[in-house]
Structures are given as structure tokens and as C-alpha cells.
Design a protein around this ligand. Structure first.
Ligand code: SF4
Ligand code: SF4
Length: 379
């Protein structure tokens, strides 16, 4: 017997999810566009996205769960307005994408989805199911659109017409049919708007609805582990973890609702709007005090300081110069070379001598090469 879609949605809301939908388990309609995107290597070095086993799962959801019949989707708002416009606009502070202001959403969503899954198991003994939160095997925004939870905007985000795009998605696959399936939202409600495309600091949209991750600040500050292209560094502003620009400028965001989820309430505002001078002084212990249990913890101190060196260079203030000078002898070659770049942006010709000394003693070939590029850029 088919299970009640309404009962599932009621339970999802009781557990705190803000939106919910049910669709038949089928490959997402945007699959061909996704494979084209992978073929064009726009996923950058996120090799896991192109892995053959992941591609197989996206084509055929029964590879994930044999006998799969339905997909349940739930969304949880994370929008917070804790930081003032003044704090957000302050170039002496590092900017952190809103989704990372609270506890790690993987933990929060997974725990909540498992509660939902346990309830379903109680209602339907013998049920088989799989819980997913942002694992990459499921193209959740496309499925979200098919479940009527919003439309995909030109900025590639799933936008709900009454709450914007600041919400997390999670899914449960299960081998049971439902009595009612949701229908897709309108394909797009962007109209002639192009605000997100025009506002992107790094020009990461080659065309509407297509994001070249290799140019995106979110990818560069979070996913990209190595040296950041020196042509992109000046465009990254003071973003040190993620970027919200193409979401913030979207007119649909005026409907964003403040999240009531206690786990997403920011705990340490100083760490969410950090002075760049504080970030440049972070050691491993301080990083873990500030960012443990948040999504930021995954980039560790090394990548956070790398990002802060770029942001400090873009800030261009002499207060950062002594700290960048100190980082020229950091244990990480990645940090040393990005510190040289930041210092060069601030001190210009005066940075030539310390950077030349640094190149002379640099044991890491990639860092040495990166510093040489920085030196070449100086007058
Ligand atoms: S997140 Fe930022 S860098 Fe990435 S596409 Fe959006 S505006 Fe551009
Ligand atoms: S900013 Fe405009 S074009 Fe971009 S996603 Fe929002 S409505 Fe669509």
C-alpha cells in the first residue's frame, strides 16, 4: 500500500524542516547538462564529482538503493542576519559565507534526517532507505526543482519563491511508493534579471545557469587545496571561506526567513567576522577553538591563512604587512607563497628584498615558482 505523502510532510515539519517534497526516484532531468559540465572540466579539481561510480549512481538511483521507488526531499533554512551591514562591508575583516556561521550542517541535517528515517521505519517495517546530505552522488538542486521546492536560478541555486535560496537540502531514498507525488516548479522565474551574473567578482558564469567552479570564490577558498591562480587573487576581495555575492544580490532573497534552528545560531561573532590581522596570527589551536564544529574546520588552519593572506593583500593596509612578513617563514609553503603575494600588494617595491630573500631559501619548488611570479609582478 502506498504511504501518505501528507503524513511524511507533517512529520518533516514536526522535526523542524521548513520545506519537504516527494518525487518518484528517477534520474534528474538536468543530468545531460551536468555531464556536459563535467566534460568541460568546470568542476575543477573536485575529482569526486566525475568519479565513474558517482556518475553511475546519478544515472541509476537503484545503484544506491536496489528497488528504490521514491525520493523524499527536505530543506532547512540557515539565513541569519547576525552581522551588521557595516561588519559585512568592512575590508579589514574576512568574510565567511552564511552557510558556515553555525554548527556543521552535515551533522545537523544528518541527525535530523536519521530521526525522520527512524520514524518511517517504525511506520513501515521492512522498509529499505538511504539518507543523503550534500554527498555529491545526488544532484539535489535538480531533484528539488522536480519536487516543487523552487526553481533553479541563473546563479545555479535552487530558489524558493517565498524563502530565497538560503536553505540546506537533504534526501531520503526508499523502496516504497507514496500516494501523491509533487510536481516540478516552474522552470525559471529569473525573467530578464541578470544581477547575479553581473555581480560575480570573478566572472564565474560563462553563461546563465552555468557556473565554472574553477573561477568561483567558494571553490577557490574551500575546495581548492593548492596555489590560487594569481590572476584571480585580486578579484577575491576579503572572502576567506565561500562567497554569498550571487545569492545576496538575488531579488528573491528579500523573502529569506531568519532560521529558527538553534544549531545555526552563530556562537562566536568574532570568529564569523574576523579581523584579518587575527586570521593572519592563527595557529592550529586557535583555529580549532574558533572553527571546530563548523563547516570551516575542513579547510584547516593552512588554507584559512592562505585565504587570509589574499584578503589582506586586497585590503592593502599597512597593519597587515608585519604579519605577512612573519608568515614568510611559516611552516607551510602554501602560506609562505601567498604571504609573499599579500605583502607585495601592500608594500609594492619595498617587498622586493624580503621576497627575494624568501625565494633564495625556499625549499619547495611550487612555492618558489609562485613567489617568482609575484616578484615579476612588482614594478
Ligand atoms: S559564489 Fe561568488 S564567486 Fe562563486 S559564482 Fe557566486 S558570486 Fe561568483
Ligand atoms: S539574481 Fe536574478 S538572474 Fe540571478 S538567480 Fe536571482 S533572479 Fe535569477
Amino acid at each position: 500500500m502506498a504511504f501518505s505523502s501528507e503524513r511524511f510532510k507533517q512529520m518533516a515539519h514536526e522535526l523542524g524542516f521548513n520545506i519537504a517534497g516527494v518525487i518518484p526516484a528517477q534520474p534528474v532531468g538536468t543530468l545531460a547538462a551536468y555531464f556536459h559540465w563535467i566534460d568541460q572540466e568546470m568542476h575543477g579539481r573536485m575529482g569526486y564529482m566525475a568519479r565513474p561510480d558517482r556518475q553511475m549512481r546519478r544515472r541509476d538511483l537503484s545503484v544506491i538503493l536496489p528497488g528504490v521507488r521514491s525520493m523524499l526531499l527536505v530543506g532547512l533554512d540557515y539565513f541569519q542576519s547576525t552581522l551588521t551591514e557595516q561588519q559585512l562591508a568592512d575590508p579589514s575583516r574576512g568574510r565567511i559565507a552564511r552557510y558556515a556561521w553555525g554548527m556543521d550542517y552535515h551533522d545537523v541535517m544528518t541527525k535530523r534526517l536519521e530521526e525522520l528515517a527512524a520514524w518511517l521505519k517504525q511506520e513501515l517495517p521492512g522498509l529499505s532507505q538511504r539518507v543523503y546530505v550534500d554527498t555529491g552522488a545526488i544532484l539535489e538542486r535538480g531533484h528539488g526543482q522536480e519536487a516543487g521546492l523552487g526553481f533553479i536560478g541563473k546563479n545555479t541555486m535552487l530558489i524558493h519563491p517565498r524563502r530565497g535560496s538560503y536553505f540546506f537540502l537533504g534526501e531520503i531514498l526508499l523502496d516504497v511508493e507514496f500516494d501523491h507525488y509533487d510536481i516540478p516548479a516552474r522552470r525559471t522565474m529569473c525573467g530578464s534579471c541578470t544581477r547575479c551574473l553581473a555581480a560575480c567578482p570573478t566572472d564565474a558564469f560563462p553563461r546563465p545557469y552555468v557556473l565554472d567552479a574553477r573561477r568561483c570564490i567558494s571553490y577557490l577558498t574551500i575546495e581548492h587545496k593548492g596555489y590560487i591562480d594569481d590572476a584571480l587573487r585580486p578579484l577575491m576581495g576579503n572572502w576567506v571561506f565561500g562567497c554569498d555575492v550571487c545569492q545576496d544580490v538575488c531579488p528573491w532573497q528579500r523573502f529569506a526567513l531568519e532560521s529558527k534552528e538553534p544549531a545555526f545560531q552563530p556562537r562566536n561573532v568574532r570568529a564569523l567576522s574576523p579581523l584579518l590581522t587575527d586570521l593572519l596570527s592563527l595557529d592550529d589551536a586557535a583555529f580549532s577553538v574558533w572553527y571546530g564544529h563548523t563547516p570551516i574546520s575542513r579547510i584547516r588552519r593552512e588554507r584559512m591563512v592562505r585565504n587570509a593572506c589574499i584578503a589582506a593583500g586586497n585590503w592593502g593596509h599597512h597593519d597587515a604587512a608585519p604579519l605577512l612578513g612573519r608568515l614568510l617563514t611559516d611552516a607551510s609553503p602554501l602560506v609562505r607563497s601567498h604571504a609573499a603575494w599579500g605583502l607585495a600588494r601592500i608594500a609594492q617595491a619595498a617587498a622586493r628584498k624580503p621576497i627575494m630573500d624568501c625565494v633564495a631559501r625556499e625549499p619547495d619548488a611550487d612555492a618558489k615558482q609562485d613567489m617568482r611570479i609575484t616578484l615579476d609582478s612588482l614594478e
